[in-house]
Design a protein around this ligand. Structure first.
Ligand SMILES: Cc1cc2nc3c(=O)[nH]c(=O)nc-3n(C[C@H](O)[C@H](O)[C@H](O)COP(=O)(O)OP(=O)(O)OC[C@H]3O[C@@H](n4cnc5c(N)ncnc54)[C@H](O)[C@@H]3O)c2cc1C
Length: 431
């Protein structure tokens, strides 16, 4: 099966949809996704999206982002995001995203760990899903946008460092051939490579694998964020997050013999490291969160979603220890891009979690990734709108064995990550 389009967007998360909606209506766009359209991490985001309220907040946002990222961030990128955040958020509001408001119709801002002020916009505790659905309601009415789901893109088609489309496999193992003037990788993070991750399992870092095979510049691949307190389970391919605030409100972390072994209020990375070490030392698969002393009434009122989730899974937080395990949560590294989301290969862009803009440094500040996705997908759209008419399509044949490349993609990634993050070796699936 062969498809021709002007812009091929690989992925259907927030980066992909926001890019598509900001491209000119005269551009022929095709969105391709490897699963159901909503099987993306954007749909899972609960907390919200950072905004920058005014000049004073801009300074604080820069400081908070640098502190969280341990100063390994790119300061120019942080400035760029802080200058463009408000405009991108206003565009979401114009599209109709119903951020929570007070009774006088003013936006309400919430706060998360390491933000020194309230600056996060949210839609109850389903922010990602609501934003995604709002944009999607516009996408389905756009005549210039086509969508194909359940096609796994395996490789791009390139010649002399120019990209001319991509190639994939559908659910019936048919080869799907896409010719495009411009291709955008919006394939998200790397959670699907891990035995424990809060991410959807279909998100396996294939964009990064493609970059590694084609010598496209990548950056900061060692910066993998683990969340220390995901609910441990063996019968699900995605881990449920137990918010940091449960520890913040006084819950303990204990081992299999009930001993506390870590200061629960250390940063995410440090707590995760200690748990992984304890797990190895004691040869156990998980540790526990102990919130019993906080009391049933308090837990039910303060953490209703988490309390109910645990209950549905056989644990009453007020009586039982909750099994937890550090789980891969976010990827700060990725394909190196400039401020227009351009990669080092001509005609190839990368947007969202698959890209490394330098915003996050070693550690992502909470709620900064949805912001990164909207700011950069918008700058990518502006850039593509300007250059699309100067691009000519070129049909090139793809001669590699796609099924072999599909296997290689995973092997390349796992081997690469195991080398640079030896401490996480046991966390990856075997291939
Ligand atoms: C549980 C959870 C809670 C979170 N909460 C927040 C929050 O409150 N605030 C915040 O800012 N961030 C949050 N994040 C992070 C944030 O959700 C993601 O970083 C962001 O949504 C990434 O958007 P994206 O468009 O880059 O990728 P995604 O939304 O993950 O989409 C990736 C897309 O690529 C497709 N794809 C992947 N591989 C292929 C392939 N080979 N072929 C075709 N398609 C492919 C997938 O099907 C999917 O459609 C959270 C993440 C998780 C997991």
């Amino acid at each position: 099966m062969t498809y021709n389009c002007d812009v091929l967007i690989i992925g259907s998360g927030l980066a992909a949809l926001n890019l598509a909606i900001n491209l000119d209506k005269s551009i022929d766009i095709l969105i391709v996704s490897n699963s159901k359209l909503k099987d993306c991490n954007s749909y899972l985001a609960q907390g919200g999206i950072t905004t920058i309220k005014d000049e004073k907040d801009k300074e604080l946002f820069i400081k908070d982002t640098l502190v969280a990222g341990e100063n390994a961030n790119d300061i120019e990128t942080i400035n760029f995001v802080s200058e463009n955040a408000n405009k991108s958020i206003q565009n979401l509001v114009k599209l109709g995203v119903p951020f929570n408001k007070d009774k006088n119709n003013n936006l309400i801002y919430t706060k998360e760990a390491a933000h020194s002020t309230n600056r996060i916009l949210y839609c109850d505790d389903s922010s990602g899903k609501v934003i995604w659905k709002t944009i999607f309601s516009h996408i389905i009415n756009r005549k210039n946008i086509d969508i194909i789901d359940n096609v796994e893109i395996v490789d791009i088609k390139s010649e002399n460092n120019n990209c001319y489309g991509a190639i994939g496999i559908d659910e019936n193992k048919n080869i799907m051939n896409f010719n495009s003037k411009i291709t955008v990788l919006a394939t998200g993070g790397i959670g699907g490579l891990f035995k424990n991750s809060t991410n959807f399992n279909n998100i396996k870092g294939i964009g990064v694998s493609i970059a590694l095979r084609h010598n496209i510049k990548v950056k900061d691949l060692e910066y993998i964020q683990m969340h220390p307190t995901a609910f441990y389970s063996t019968n699900s391919d995605k881990r449920f997050l137990i918010s940091e605030s449960v520890r913040g409100e006084g819950a303990y972390i204990v081992n299999d013999i009930g001993e506390r072994f870590v200061n629960e209020l250390l940063p995410r990375n440090k707590v995760s490291e200690r748990i992984l070490k304890e797990k190895k030392n004691r040869n156990i698969d998980f540790v526990y969160l102990d919130a019993r002393h906080l009391g049933k009434n308090y837990l039910q009122n303060r953490f209703p979603k988490i309390y109910n989730f645990c209950l549905e899974n056989g644990y009453d937080m007020s009586k039982d220890l909750i099994p937890i395990h550090p789980s891969q949560h976010y990827f700060m590294g990725g394909i190196a891009v400039d401020k227009n989301s351009k990669t080092s290969m001509n005609n190839l862009y990368a947007c969202g979690e698959v890209s490394c803009t330098g915003l996050h440094g070693k550690n992502r500040l909470a709620s900064n990734s949805l912001l990164e996705a909207v700011v950069f997908s918008e700058s990518a759209a502006n850039s593509i709108n300007k250059e699309i008419n100067s691009k000519d399509p070129k049909i090139i044949n793809y001669t590699n064995n796609l099924f072999e490349i599909k296997k290689e993609n995973i092997k390349i990634l796992i081997d690469t990550f195991k080398k640079i993050r030896e401490d996480l070796s046991d966390e990856f699936y075997s291939y």
